[in-house]
Every structure is written in structure tokens, then in C-alpha cells.
Ligand binder design. Structure first.
Ligand code: NAP
Ligand code: G4F
Length: 364
């Protein structure tokens, strides 16, 4: 109980400044966005590799650390000896970011923090630009002005391709279609610019959609798997959806965080597309997920204009051949396995037994 109470906080700047983290023998990684889907998988991955992992968390009135609670509890609570240390910070606050980089002196920074919802970025264009765009510049400037040899990973996105038809590779022209994509494109070019102008080891990973049971509940895949679980639990009778025609290249987040790390282990910094190379429509996802529990989507899915976007990205399909060739990376999880894993998780969360509903689920 005592240990949990300590860990439900992050350490203060004063505490942080009193500790010499650079004396740790382990490699040190700093992850912004550690409470998000990718941040949680990446933290697990780096801890398993023996890194000391520092994460940036935002202050909120309720704790939203569900994705990383298990990591907090598995590590000793004393910041000097722990392999997992949390710090308060925000991408809109350059003073705090500067102090963090100065005191933690990370070997690697993974910049995953972002207002990452495309549709919401139309409602919050300025904030999205500040956090996702300028926030990246703040971190790059912190590394540059302190003269650190820190390697930097930027979470760029296939949304930057927007209207440009597939297949999309590292040499495909960009045509962003939302304030989110515009902000990310600015951050992408700042990453490239700090590499070219200031010789930072800075990489931009252009990742296509990746999902998991930890995906935020208002992204389309999780909305569908969670909706199905709620239908089975008798809590929902209709699933209100937007445009079912757009196509996405969906992979598993667990596979994709490994590619982030691989980029920072190369001899030279570069940019890489990370994708499966296969595209499916939102309707395909809906049909697959409903099919796996033997339900007819036509009885449950209804169209709701509230989820239609002012400008849509119609088709994304990445060409991951450079990552395969140079990093030795390739997506491992199949589409069916991904959908099944998400459904199983959401059923359990809703108190529904997957062995009764999920076709092919092993009986316990
Ligand atoms: P996510 O689940 O939405 O997580 C976003 C993280 O950023 C959360 O930890 C969030 O903190 C944090 N954050 C948001 N605004 C912040 C701010 N102003 N200051 C500090 N932290 C802030 O996103 P994800 O799916 O893990 O994606 C990780 C990154 O990859 C994002 O940059 C996203 O844009 C990019 N990306 C994602 C995909 C994908 O398909 N998942 C594809 C390409 C690129 P709270 O928990 O406090 O909200
Ligand atoms: O799941 P989505 O919200 O993801 P989107 O817009 O592709 O963005 C995600 O992937 C990007 C990488 O390409 C990331 F950079 C970004 O941070 C995020 O992780 O929507 C997917 C598609 C869209 O075409 C949307 O219009 O699904 C369509 N859709 C249809 N009905 C819906 C819904 N999307 C949501 N969120 N909710 C719906 O009800």
C-alpha cells in the first residue's frame, strides 16, 4: 500500500535535480507520451532490454496511468534505484522540458506525446499545433542547446501523406488533410532539419495505423471491438459510426515500438516508413470483428454524421521495404490475430466470456 502511494505520483523537479541519473550504468531512455498506447509498449520493451526508463506524465485531476500501472508496481519505488521513473511535464512547457533533458541526460528520447486524434484536431487546431508541432521543436532545442549526444525519435505519421495515393514510401510527397497532420508534418521537417543543420542523431518514424487492446477508446478499431463487447453484454444496441469507406494499413502496436528502437540503433540517423503493406477498409474491420462473434453488423451499425470528418484521408497503404531492408523489421501480427486480441480483451472488460462468443476461442 505504502509503495503504491509513492508511485501514484511522479517525482518533482527538485528531487530530480538532486539525483545524478547519468551515473546509472544502464542506457537511459526518456519517453514523452508514456501513458499512451505506444508509450506503454515501448516502456515494457526498453525495460526488458535493461534500460532505465524515464517517462513524462501530465498532471490531471484523476490518474490516467492504467496502461503503465503494472510497470510502476513492478519496479522499486526509490527514484535513485528504480528502472522506471516518472516526471511531470507537458509538451507546451519548454522550461519543464529543458530541465528534464538537463537532469535526466537521456541517451535516447522517444517523442511520442501528442494530441493524436485526427477528428479532434479540427476542433483544437491551435493546441494540436502547439503540442504536436512546437512541442517537438522544444525538445530538439533542448538537446541542441545542451550539446548532448542524445538520439531522438520522432513519432511521425502516415496521415502526413493524406491525399497522395498509395503505396506511400519515404519518397512519397506529403499532402496533409487535418490540423493534426499539418502539425506532425512540421514536426517531421523540424526533425529532418535538426539532423541536417545541427547534426543531431534524429530519426522520424512514419508509422501507419497501429492498434492493440490498449488503443484509445475513440479510435475506430477500439470503438468497434468495445462496442461489440457492450452489445454482447446488453449495454448497447446500436453502434454509431462515421465513414466506413476509408482504407487503412493496420498493424499491432507491440510490433511497431520495436521499429522505433531499431531506428535509434543504426550507425546513421534516417527516416523510415513502418507499415504492414496491406490495406483494408473500415467496413472490412467492422465485418471481420462482428463476424468473429457471429453477429450481423447490418443489425447494429448505424451512420452518424457526427463522426464524419471535414476532410478525409481515403487510403493509406505503406511500403515498408526500406525498414525491412535496413532495419530487418517486419510486421509480425496478422490482421485477424489483432482483431481477435482486441475483441477478447474488451469482452473480458465487459464481463463477457470470450469462450462463449468468440469463434475459435479456446475453452478454459
Ligand atoms: P495516444 O495513445 O493518444 O497517446 C498520446 C500520449 O501523449 C499520451 O501519453 C498523452 O498523455 C500524451 N500527451 C498528449 N498531449 C500531451 C502534452 N501536451 N504534453 C505531454 N503529453 C501529452 O497515442 P499513441 O497511439 O500511443 O501514439 C503515440 C504517438 O505516435 C503519437 O504522437 C501519435 O500521434 C503517433 N502516431 C500514432 C499512430 C497510431 O496509429 N497509433 C500512427 C502514427 C503516429 P495523456 O495520457 O495524459 O493524455
Ligand atoms: O481510428 P481513426 O480515428 O484513426 P486515423 O484518423 O486513421 O488516425 C490514427 O492513425 C494515424 C496514422 O495514420 C495516427 F497518426 C493518428 O494519431 C491516429 O492514431 O480513424 C480511422 C478511419 C478514418 O477514416 C475515420 O473517418 O475510420 C473512420 N471512422 C469511421 N467511423 C471513424 C469512425 N473514426 C473514428 N475515430 N470514429 C468513428 O466512429
Amino acid at each position: 500500500m505504502q509503495r503504491r502511494a509513492v508511485w501514484l505520483q511522479a517525482i518533482s523537479v527538485a528531487q530530480c535535480e538532486a539525483i545524478d541519473f547519468s551515473s546509472a550504468m544502464a542506457q537511459i531512455a526518456l519517453i514523452t507520451g508514456i501513458t499512451g498506447q505506444d508509450g506503454s509498449y515501448l516502456a515494457e520493451f526498453l525495460l526488458a532490454k535493461g534500460y532505465q526508463v524515464h517517462g513524462v506524465v501530465r498532471r490531471s485531476s484523476t490518474m490516467n496511468r492504467g496502461r503503465i500501472d503494472h510497470l510502476q508496481h513492478a519496479n522499486p519505488s526509490h527514484p535513485e534505484t528504480s528502472k522506471f521513473v516518472l516526471h511531470y511535464g507537458d509538451m507546451t512547457d519548454s522550461g519543464g522540458l529543458n530541465r528534464l533533458v538537463k537532469t535526466v541526460r537521456p541517451d535516447e528520447i522517444y517523442n511520442l506525446a501528442a494530441q493524436s486524434h485526427v477528428q479532434i484536431s479540427f476542433d483544437q487546431p491551435e493546441y494540436t499545433g502547439d503540442a504536436d508541432g512546437l512541442g517537438t521543436t522544444r525538445l530538439l532545442e533542448a538537446i541542441r542547446t545542451m550539446g548532448l549526444p542524445t538520439r531522438f525519435y520522432q513519432a511521425s505519421t502516415s496521415e502526413m501523406f493524406g491525399l497522395t495515393p498509395p503505396p506511400q514510401s519515404e519518397s512519397t510527397p506529403f499532402h496533409p488533410r487535418s490540423p493534426y497532420a499539418v502539425a506532425k508534418l512540421y514536426a517531421h521537417w523540424m526533425t529532418v532539419n535538426y539532423r541536417e543543420a545541427h547534426h543531431l542523431f534524429a530519426c522520424s518514424g512514419i508509422l501507419f495505423n497501429h492498434e492493440s487492446p490498449r488503443r484509445g477508446e475513440n479510435f475506430v478499431t477500439r470503438k468497434v471491438t468495445r462496442g461489440i463487447a457492450q452489445i454482447l453484454a446488453g449495454k448497447l444496441d446500436k453502434l454509431r459510426m462515421g465513414n466506413l469507406d476509408p482504407k487503412r494499413d493496420w498493424g499491432h502496436a507491440r510490433d511497431y515500438v520495436e521499429a522505433m528502437w531499431m531506428m535509434l540503433q543504426q550507425d546513421e540517423p534516417d527516416d523510415y516508413v513502418i507499415a504492414t503493406g496491406v490495406t483494408r477498409s473500415v467496413k472490412d474491420f467492422v465485418d471481420t470483428a462482428f463476424g468473429l462473434v457471429g453477429l450481423d453488423p447490418a443489425k447494429y451499425v448505424v451512420s452518424d454524421p457526427a463522426y464524419m470528418r471535414p476532410a478525409e484521408v481515403h487510403e493509406l497503404r505503406g511500403d515498408p521495404s526500406k525498414a525491412q531492408r535496413e532495419l530487418g523489421w517486419k510486421a509480425e501480427t496478422s490482421f485477424d490475430t489483432l482483431v481477435r486480441e482486441m475483441l477478447e480483451n474488451d469482452m473480458k472488460l465487459e464481463g463477457v466470456d470470450p469462450t462463449h462468443h468468440l469463434i475459435g476461442a479456446a475453452k478454459s
